[in-house]
Design a protein around this ligand. Structure first.
Ligand code: ZN
Length: 192
């Protein structure tokens, strides 16, 4: 199965994609995985990928150039799951042409819908261990001792990404960019 998985921050795409990937034995492809794979190579594109990761800004051109190179090198026999990728209708169009050249067009686009209040609670409550990366939620899954990581004993903090204002901006930006992308996939009846 060749899947595109979309959904707002906090909708659980990470966990869901890992489960689907483990069940069907298909690779998970994200912007991050594409960038890391490229950055490991001593090429000009690798250098650009590293720069893009450091600045957290990835241009459409760079991402698509890397996908053109990487997708044909991957074993897509069992399908794949693209997570949060493509990011916009323009990317989707180019991705479609790259994949159809490989005989591996997208079959289904899954868009996770989560109530906005619930998303806010999940995201605002999120705290992360600086030391080992363990994640907690203040409301539904707090550490046993307040402010201390269960796994390693280090201090757990809220990342700047998880402040309420940042989150509501992220959700707004996400919704604005999603409209045309969802429409794109609706036109071909792939959207679920
Ligand atoms: Zn920890």
């Amino acid at each position: 199965m060749r899947i595109v998985l979309l959904g707002p921050p906090g909708s659980g795409k990470g966990a869901l994609s890992q489960q689907i990937s483990a069940h069907y034995g298909m690779p998970v492809i994200t912007v991050g995985s594409v960038m890391r794979r490229a950055a490991a190579e001593q090429t000009e594109l690798g250098r650009l990928a590293k720069e893009a990761m450091d600045s957290a800004r990835v241009s459409d051109e760079l991402l698509l150039a890397l996908l053109r190179i990487q997708l044909p090198q991957m074993d897509l026999g069992k399908g794949f799951i693209l997570v949060d990728l493509p990011k916009n209708a323009g990317q989707a169009d180019v991705l479609d042409s790259v994949l159809s050249d490989l005989g591996a067009g997208v079959e289904a686009v899954l868009n996770l819908e989560v109530d906005r209040d619930e998303l806010m609670e999940r995201l605002v409550g999120r705290i992360t261990c600086d030391n080992c990366g363990a994640q907690y939620n203040l409301y539904v899954n707090p550490p046993m001792v307040e402010g201390v990581c269960d796994a390693c004993g280090a201090r757990v903090v809220r990342r700047p990404d998880d402040y309420e204002e940042t989150i509501s901006t992220r959700l707004r930006v996400y919704e604005a960019q999603m409209g045309p992308l969802l429409q794109y996939y609706q036109l071909t009846d792939k959207l679920h």
